[in-house]
Design a protein around this ligand. Structure first.
Ligand SMILES: Cc1cc2nc3c(=O)[nH]c(=O)nc-3n(C[C@H](O)[C@H](O)[C@H](O)COP(=O)(O)OP(=O)(O)OC[C@H]3O[C@@H](n4cnc5c(N)ncnc54)[C@H](O)[C@@H]3O)c2cc1C
Length: 463
């Protein structure tokens, strides 16, 4: 790989991706430059026009709400009012319990990012509006290449490629539409039969977007278990009885025993939402101690149940779906889509369930299956490059990459590198790693590792 052009400096850090993870990393680095009184130059690669959009916050549809109340969505856990303050400053009246439209969250992230250099004058940021497509280490510095073939050098790398590292502009099957494709929503609004593969949060988003686009036809939701996300209840902190029940669940050695304990506590009248919330701080610890075969079996058999209870939606979002069901405009179909064929009349899906196959035709089909379950299938040139040159290694489930506690990639011998990652690429090792709450603390740890606290000066001499 070429060295960077003579006009390009060597950057202290290169952040790849500016969705929530990338913005969070930049924010915590900037804060850290102030704490440590140390200058920092930072290069940010992001092909999208908007900073902070990513998969989650790219939507322009105001009916797409955050699924976490505003009071828990601050970029900085040390400053929990930050998002609420931004809302008020920008003329929006929301309380900390409200579920705010996601486009506002993108605007918040973008505003914070654009103010970083003023708030932290020691930070110098440069954004390259391109994909980073290759990364190599020459023993001294990291050499990065952009999709346009330009080269850059950095001392540290933060991989913040997020939920769709395969979205690199390469070939994609046109027949299965993306839930985030505004044009696909607009063109499907006049259709009469829409199928949605998956029944989680993205499926809910697709239906809300189609309803907002005045779709009047019929939805078929196809998923293995037919489970919709559960609605949020009132938000409180789990009481001591609930926490004690959660601790009993955590103490069980196997998933089967944990489930039995969970069911028994719910059977005794404890609120399931509070129990799940009480388990949440320990889910990474539980995940870590499970052997790989149990993790695989959890993903295969229990994940749909966990996801529908853990990733809840605002009541107002779910009530739209329940109303559609009542009107007969939404039906669920249990099964797995095994093939699809596009023709001028639409898309024909083959769905298998319990050994039986059925075939159905739809005007359009949205693919809402969510995050990948095997990173090896991703077609991201950047990840390919670091896997091929032996810099990065898949975790044991190939859900993400092997990292240490701080999120540093590990070499083949297990030595930490100056390449950090956060969010989805740590799923294999942490499982719960995609929400704001987890990512912002990972970003803080990374910033503290890149800019460690200055050591107090030792006195030289007799004293
Ligand atoms: C629909 C949805 C709603 C959600 N709502 C909430 C919520 O309400 N509360 C909550 O806590 N969590 C929520 N989440 C969780 C969410 O995943 C995280 O909050 C967060 O958005 C993840 O951000 P990310 O930056 O890791 O990934 P992404 O959002 O996927 O962003 C990654 C970015 O990297 C860029 N990129 C990718 N590859 C490259 C490359 N090679 N070079 C340069 N750039 C690249 C992409 O263009 C993208 O902008 C939601 C998730 C989804 C999908």
């Amino acid at each position: 790989m070429n060295h960077s052009s003579p006009t390009e400096p060597i950057y202290d850090v290169a952040i790849i991706g500016a969705g929530f993870s990338g913005v969070s990393a930049a924010y915590h680095l900037a804060r850290r430059t102030e704490e440590c009184n140390a200058p920092l130059s930072c290069l940010v690669f992001e092909p999208r026009e908007q900073i902070g959009a990513g998969v989650a916050y790219q939507t322009k549809t105001p009916v797409h709400l955050l699924n976490v109340p505003a009071g828990r969505m601050s970029l900085d856990e040390g400053d929990p009012q930050s998002f609420l303050r931004w809302l008020t400053k920008n003329g929006h009246t929301y309380s900390e319990e409200d579920f705010v439209p996601r486009p506002l969250y993108q605007a918040y992230l973008s505003d914070i990012f654009s103010e970083l250099e003023q708030i932290s004058p020691q930070t110098a940021l440069k954004v390259v509006q391109e994909y980073a497509s290759a990364l190599e280490f020459d023993g001294d510095l990291f050499q990065l290449r952009s999709a346009a073939g330009l080269s850059y050098q950095a001392r540290n790398i933060i991989l913040a490629v997020g939920n769709s590292p395969q979205s690199d502009g390469l070939d994609r099957d046109e027949a299965l539409k993306s839930p985030w494709d505004q044009a696909a929503i607009a063109s499907s609004a006049s259709h009469s039969a829409v199928a949605i593969i998956g029944s989680g949060l993205s499926a809910v988003d697709t239906i809300l977007a189609l309803e907002a686009a005045a779709f009047t036809g019929h939805y078929t939701l196809i998923s293995r278990r037919g489970l919709l996300p559960q609605p949020h209840g009132t938000h409180g902190h789990p009481d001591t009885t609930t926490q004690a029940a959660a601790d009993r669940v955590i103490a069980k050695p196997t998933v089967r025993e944990m489930l039995r304990e969970l069911r028994s506590s719910i059977g005794q009248g404890l609120a399931w939402r509070d129990l799940i919330d009480a388990l949440r701080p320990s889910t990474q610890k539980i995940w870590n101690r499970l052997p790989a075969r149990n993790k695989r079996s959890f993903i295969r058999h229990l994940r749909p149940f966990w996801d529908s209870h853990r990733h809840r939606v605002p009541v107002e979002s779910l009530s739209v779906l329940l109303k559609l069901k009542e009107l007969g405009r939404l039906t669920s179909m249990k099964g797995r889509v095994t093939s699809h064929t596009a023709s001028k009349d639409g898309v024909t899906l083959k769905v298998e369930s319990r050994g039986r196959a059925s075939v159905a035709r739809f005007d359009s089909v949205f693919d809402c299956r969510g995050l990948w379950t095997d990173l090896r299938a991703s077609r991201c040139p950047l990840l390919d490059s670091i896997i091929r040159n032996g810099t990065a290694h898949y975790d044991e489930l190939a859900l993400g990459l092997r990292t240490d506690r701080i999120g540093r990639l590990l070499s083949a011998r297990g030595a930490p590198l100056a390449i950090y990652t956060l969010g989805s690429l740590r799923r294999g090792e942490l499982w719960e790693t995609t929400a704001v709450r987890e990512i912002r603390s990972q970003a803080r740890l990374i910033a503290e590792s890149i800019l460690p606290e200055p050591q107090p000066q030792k006195c030289i001499g007799n004293g």
